[in-house]
Write a protein that binds this ligand. Structure first.
Ligand code: NAD
Length: 332
C-alpha cells in the first residue's frame, strides 16, 4: 500500500516521518510540491494521495489521478471548495478532510489577542522600546467586567466560551443552531442585532458562506456599542474591510484582532522582505494601527494542530485504501 503526500512543509515532515514509522505496512512518499498538472505524474503507482493547498485541484489533475486508478484524496485541512467536484465524481475519487485539528488552538489565540488589546501591550512594547516606562494614558480594561458576544457556537466558538468564562466574563451567543448544553445555560440571544447591541467584545466564529459575506458592515457596526472590540479569527470575507476601517477611524471600534483578511490569499504566509513591500495598502493601513492586531492566519498554527492535520489525513487515506470507509468523508 502506497500513499503520496504533496505540499509537505518542513514543519509537517517530522510528523509524517513518525506516522510512517508507526504504519510500517504503508509506503509513504512525500514532496514539498503542490499537486498540479506539473506534479501529478509523481502519484502514479500510489493508492492514495494526501494534500494541503489553496491552489485548485483541477479537472485535469483529478482526471489524471483517475487514469492512474487513484480513488482516494485526503486533504489535511477543512475546506474542500478548491476541489473540482464534478471531476472528482466522474473519476469516483472519494475526498476526506480534517474538520477539526485543534479548536482550542484558535480559541486560545483569539483570547490572547483580546488580552493584548485590553492591556494595551502593543503600546507598552513601543513605549518601552523608546525608553518610556510611564503608565498613563494607556490604562486598561478588564475582561471580567465585560460582556463577550460569541457569534457562532461551533467547535471553536465553544472552546472560546470556556476560556472567556474562565476569565469571569459574561458570555452571550448567537447561532442559527443552538447547542443543547449552552441552550440550558441560557446564553443565546435571538438575533445578530441583539448580540451586537449587548456585546463589549464580539468574537466571530462562523464559517464563510454566500449569505454571511460582509455581515460585519456599516449597518452592523452602527448597531454595536461604542468602543466595541472585534475579534475575527474565522474568515476574512465575514468583514467588510472598508467599513471596519471607517468604524476604526470614527472611534466606534476600540480595537480589532484580525487573523484573517478578505484578500489574504497570496499575501499571508509570504515573506515580502520589508513592510513597505507588502502589496496591499488596505492591509498595511490596518497593520499600522496600534489598536489593530493583524496576524497572518496563524491561530491554528500549533504543534498539536499541525500533527493532527498530518495524522488525521494519513489515517483517513489509509482507512479508505484498506476498507473503503472513513469517518472524514466529504460529500462533494
Ligand atoms: P464549526 O463547523 O464547528 O461551527 C460553525 C458554527 O457556525 C455552527 O455552530 C453553525 O451552526 C454556525 N453558523 C453557520 N452559519 C451561521 C450563521 N450565518 N450565523 C450564525 N451561526 C452560523 O466550525 P469551527 O471549526 O468552529 O470553525 C469556525 C470558523 O473558524 C470557520 O470560519 C473556520 O473557517 C475558521 N477557522 C479559522 C482558523 C484559523 O487559523 N484562523 C482555523 C480553523 C478554522
Amino acid at each position: 500500500m502506497k500513499i503520496i503526500a504533496y505540499g509537505i512543509r518542513d514543519d509537517e515532515k517530522p510528523y509524517l516521518d513518525k506516522w510512517s514509522e508507526e504504519n510500517s505496512d504503508v509506503e509513504v512518499e512525500s514532496t514539498g510540491k503542490l499537486l498540479d498538472e506539473s506534479t501529478v505524474d509523481q502519484a502514479k503507482g500510489a493508492d492514495g494521495v494526501v494534500t494541503y493547498q489553496q491552489k485548485p485541484y483541477t479537472a485535469a489533475v483529478l482526471d489524471k489521478l483517475g487514469s492512474f486508478g487513484i480513488k482516494f484524496l485526503s486533504l489535511r485541512n477543512v475546506g474542500v471548495d478548491n476541489v473540482d467536484a464534478d471531476a472528482a465524481k466522474r473519476n469516483n475519487i472519494q475526498v476526506t478532510n480534517v474538520p477539526a485539528y485543534s479548536p482550542q488552538a484558535i480559541a486560545e489565540f483569539t483570547v490572547t489577542e483580546l488580552m493584548r488589546l485590553l492591556r494595551r501591550t502593543p503600546t507598552f512594547d513601543r513605549k518601552q522600546a523608546n525608553g518610556d516606562l510611564r503608565w498613563a494614558p494607556d490604562i486598561a480594561d478588564e475582561l471580567n467586567q465585560m460582556t463577550v458576544g460569541v457569534f457562532a457556537t461551533g467547535r471553536i466558538g465553544r472552546a472560546a466560551i470556556q476560556i472567556y468564562k474562565g476569565f469571569g466574563a459574561k458570555v452571550i451567543a448567537y447561532d442559527i443552531f443552538h447547542n443543547p448544553e449552552l441552550e440550558k445555560e441560557g446564553i443565546y440571544v435571538d438575533s445578530p442585532d441583539e448580540l451586537y447591541a449587548k456585546s463589549d467584545v464580539l468574537s466571530i466564529h462562523a464559517p464563510a458562506t454566500k449569505e454571511n459575506e460582509h455581515m460585519l458592515n456599516d449597518d452592523a457596526f452602527s448597531k454595536m456599542k461604542d468602543g466595541v472590540y472585534i475579534l475575527n479569527p474565522a474568515r476574512g470575507t465575514l468583514v467588510d474591510t472598508d467599513a471596519l476601517i471607517r468604524a476604526l477611524d470614527s472611534g466606534k471600534i476600540a480595537g480589532a484582532a484580525l487573523d484573517v483578511y478578505e484578500d489574504e490569499v497570496g499575501i499571508f504566509n509570504t515573506d515580502f522582505g520589508s513592510f513597505d513591500k507588502i502589496p496591499d495598502e488596505r492591509l498595511k493601513n490596518l497593520m499600522k494601527r496600534e489598536n489593530v492586531l493583524v496576524t497572518p492566519h496563524i491561530a491554528f498554527y500549533t504543534k498539536r494542530a499541525v500533527r493532527n492535520m498530518v495524522y488525521f489525513a494519513m489515517d483517513a487515506n489509509k482507512s479508505l485504501i484498506q476498507t473503503g470507509k472513513s469517518d472524514k468523508l466529504v460529500k462533494l
